[in-house]
Design a protein around this ligand. Sequence first.
Ligand SMILES: [Zn+2]
Length: 185
Amino acid sequence: MPEPLIHFAVPFASLYMVGVRSRMVLAASVFALLPDLDVLLNVHKSITHSILLLFLASFITYSLLRKKYGELILICSLGFASHLLLDLFSGYTPILWPLWDRSVWISIGLNAQFGNPFILAPKADILTAPISFEPFQHLDAEVITSEGIMISLILLGPTILLFLKKYVSQHKNSRSLEMIRSPDS
Ligand SMILES: [Zn+2]
């Protein structure tokens, strides 16, 4: 499973880059962390990792609250879905529960053998396994890794710099407007 920082950084960078407002981006990135809260109940990759339940929950909340929070609900649902997609490509995930009682892992890769002969071996497998929501006794998970920190910094760094640049220029503009309106101050 990708570590929490990567789950946060991926929607943060991608949503900000396509022009979503920063508060929405932050909310979506926090929502991207929620599926793994199931570990607090000693179960990992539980029903919180079902995209069908996410659709259902999003549909219900959107139908009830769309006038006031419609955009926020859609963006947060995207953030949540990004977690499920990252998990789907890194390990078994009960993505279609309860319609399908099997966890799915889409495993894509390319192996290269350098030497003579030079061999490239692409692989693309859709693996499935029975879903088990049995509570675990221990869960060994790499919550922070050096690789994850570097990927997250690369994703978050430019986005945070852009955000700060925008914030500073907005602040400057509002200061200039204030000075124009009250030149004596
Ligand atoms: Zn997860």
